[in-house]
Design a protein around this ligand. Sequence first.
Ligand SMILES: [Zn+2]
Length: 109
Amino acid sequence: MSEDLLDIIGKMSYDELKTVERDLSMGIPLMKSLVTNRMQELETSGKSCAVCGGNLGGKDNVFTLVFGPAGLKRKASFCAIDCLGYFIDRLKEIRRRSKEGMRLAIKNS
Ligand SMILES: [Zn+2]
C-alpha cells in the first residue's frame, strides 16, 4: 500500500503535487471526494438495482437502504429514487399485511 502510494506520488507532476498540497491544507475535500467516489464504484461494481435489475456499476448516484432487525441487517441498492420509493412502498405493504395476519390469527385463536 505505502509503496503504491510512493509510486503514485513519484509519477505526479509538480502542478499535480501543488493541487494535492492545496487540498491537504484545506482539510483534503478533493481527496475525500475522490476516495468516496472510488469506494462507491467498487461497492456497486457488478451489482444491480433491487427493483428493476438495472446495472449499478459506474453510476454516479446510487441509493442504498439498510434495513431489518438488529443482527439481521440487509442492504439493498437502487438505481433511482423511484426504485427506492417503490421498494419502501412494498416494505410498507408487507408490514401492513403481516400486522393484519397477526390480528386475524389472534382473533381466531
Ligand atoms: Zn432501478
